[in-house]
Design a protein around this ligand. Structure first.
Ligand code: 13P
Length: 298
């Protein structure tokens, strides 16, 4: 199946009470690991590149071709979107140009008027090419220079203004943060999410899919509550990174303990050496898909 835009399968998730995973990738094997999990669980999926990951992998064109080619060579039958995660304005335009099928313009660091103005331009240009668009209001917390900020609550009037521009799915802070959650994290503000969801339905006369960033490390019961209150796309990055690092570290310990035998068997070949790490990513993605409720919805 060719890569597709995401608005249809995310709206279906919103209307039917489950969420689609947006999984960040970092390289070839990572992308294969996510695709394997999505195909095994029969779920639509978004493969996401941050601006930094895309640069690391050789640019947006490379990432788009990578996902597109793997979908074909791996005989993937579930709907797959190649999505830009947290893109600046110029990056969003570049992704439209190279043929990403979905993108996030993140103007949340800008004054709201400017965020809305640029979002409107991105939405018009992307929609003209059938590309789905996510935008963000408020801001999502996270760690910067060692300082962990609590996730902010997105102003409801800003979310409504963004929805009225015709954005396909909307990222809004509800106390969620990127990276590992600190010990003293107070949890998602489901009360705020409930108000946000109700305001969006009232303003638009339909369900508006809400995006939950910082999806790693949120207890499953809070994930399910968020889905019940309008969340239809959940972003996951850190959990896959941690799964990869844990499995790789464990494998290195086994390698070191059996060095002579493993050297003889040429287990230093990266195709063998890194396999446990990438298998752990597939397992982690499959586990998230089950919790998000999107298995067998492709
Ligand atoms: P995590 O760091 O919690 O995995 O969040 C990823 C994310 O939201 C990417 O946009």
């Amino acid at each position: 199946m060719a890569i597709v835009s995401a608005e249809k399968f995310i709206q279906a998730a919103r209307d039917n009470g489950y969420a689609i995973g947006g999984f960040n990738t970092n390289n070839l094997e990572w992308t294969q690991a996510i695709l394997r999990a999505a195909e095994a669980k029969k779920t639509p999926v978004l493969i996401q590149t941050s601006m930094g990951a895309a640069k690391y992998m050789g640019g947006y064109k490379m990432c788009k071709l990578l996902v597109e080619t793997l979908v074909e060579s791996m005989n993937i039958t579930v709907p797959v979107s190649i999505h830009l995660d947290h893109g600046h304005f110029e990056d969003a335009l570049e992704c439209i140009e190279v043929g990403y099928s979905s993108l996030m313009f993140d103007g949340s660091h800008l004054p709201i008027e400017e965020n809305l103005k640029l979002a409107e331009e991105v939405i018009a240009k992307a929609h003209a090419k059938g590309i789905s668009v996510e935008c963000e209001v408020g801001s999502i917390g996270g760690e910067e220079d060692g300082i962990v900020g609590e996730g902010e609550l997105a102003p409801i009037e800003d979310a409504v203004a963004m929805a009225k521009l015709g954005v396909d799915f909307l990222a809004a802070g509800i106390g969620n943060i990127h990276g590992p959650y600190p010990e003293n994290w107070k949890g998602l503000h489901i009360d705020h999410l409930t108000k946000l969801n109700e305001a969006l339905i009232a303003a638009m006369g339909k369900n508006v899919p809400i995006v939950l960033h910082g999806g790693s490390g949120i207890p499953d019961d809070q994930i399910r509550e968020a889905i019940a209150n309008g969340v239809a796309k959940i972003n996951v990055n850190t959990e896959c990174q941690l799964a990869f690092a844990k499995a790789t570290r464990e494998f290195v310990a086994v390698f070191n303990a059996n060095e002579a035998e493993y050297m003889k068997k040429k287990i230093f070949d990266p195709r063998k050496f890194l396999k446990p790490g990438f298998d752990a990513i597939t397992a982690s993605v499959e586990e998230r898909i089950e919790v998000f409720g999107s298995a067998n919805k492709a």
